[in-house]
Design a protein around this ligand. Structure first.
Ligand SMILES: C[S@@+](CC[C@H](N)C(=O)[O-])C[C@H]1O[C@@H](n2cnc3c(N)ncnc32)[C@H](O)[C@@H]1O
Length: 203
């Protein structure tokens, strides 16, 4: 399909999408917020007073959700893109796979972290296998970072795409965490290969 046809279809879908409408009403920057909300309702991952890393955070709806609903937390949001300021959220702009950036996150907290959530995804190319593979590499990077930096009872959540790397990532996650659940929120588009894994209790 040609690129301008893809973007026309995307615009039509966006206009019809109830989550897009709802996010505008509620003042969230992205419909992605409803995915985090569902994950949180089902798996109870967020609470007051915790340290949180939000990876692939732009435009910022997940961090907005944390900022609006929780108290006394310490959150770092990371993205390749700039994020408009969110109350009580420290933003680091850059490539998460960069070791120096990861060190900045570690230094900011100065101790082990409660939860790492990742919605990182590369710009889609239209080739679903390639997109799944490259985003899978980001998930594995986030998983490795989590195993080094999380507290023993810490939680790791990441987006993964069905495709060649899916089973492999779940397998690695199960080696590192005692509880691993795969979950596709209602807010995740039906035609998207996206799911999330929710990992608890480091081995
Ligand atoms: C689906 S969006 C995230 C939406 C976000 N959760 C929200 O609630 O607004 C995916 C994001 O991942 C970011 N991303 C992709 N690769 C990245 C990388 N290597 N390092 C940091 N961010 C990355 C993209 O820039 C993009 O903003």
């Amino acid at each position: 399909m040609k690129k301008n046809k893809i973007s026309k279809n995307w615009i039509i879908k966006q206009r019809r999408d109830i989550y897009v409408k709802q996010s505008k009403i509620e003042g969230y920057r992205s419909r992605a917020v409803y995915k985090l909300k569902e994950i949180n309702e089902k798996f109870k991952i967020l609470k007051n007073g915790i340290s949180i890393v939000d990876l692939g955070a732009a435009p910022g709806s997940w961090s907005q959700f944390i900022s609006r609903n929780y108290k006394n937390y310490k959150t770092v949001s990371v993205d390749l893109n700039e994020i408009e300021k969110i109350k009580n959220v420290y933003h680091i702009k850059g490539d998460f796979t960069d070791e120096l950036l990861q060190k900045k996150i570690i230094d900011y907290f100065g101790s082990k972290i409660d939860i790492v959530i990742s919605d990182m995804a590369v710009n889609t190319t239209g080739n679903k296998n390639l997109d799944s593979m490259v985003t899978g590499e980001l998930s594995v990077e986030a998983l490795n970072f989590s195993t080094k930096t999380l507290k023993k009872h810490g939680i790791f959540v990441t987006k993964i795409f069905m495709g060649s790397s899916f089973n492999e990532i779940v397998k690695i996650a199960k080696k590192k965490f005692r509880e691993v659940n795969v979950f596709k929120p209602q807010a995740s588009r039906k035609d998207s290969k996206e799911s999330f894994i929710i990992c608890k209790f480091l081995r």
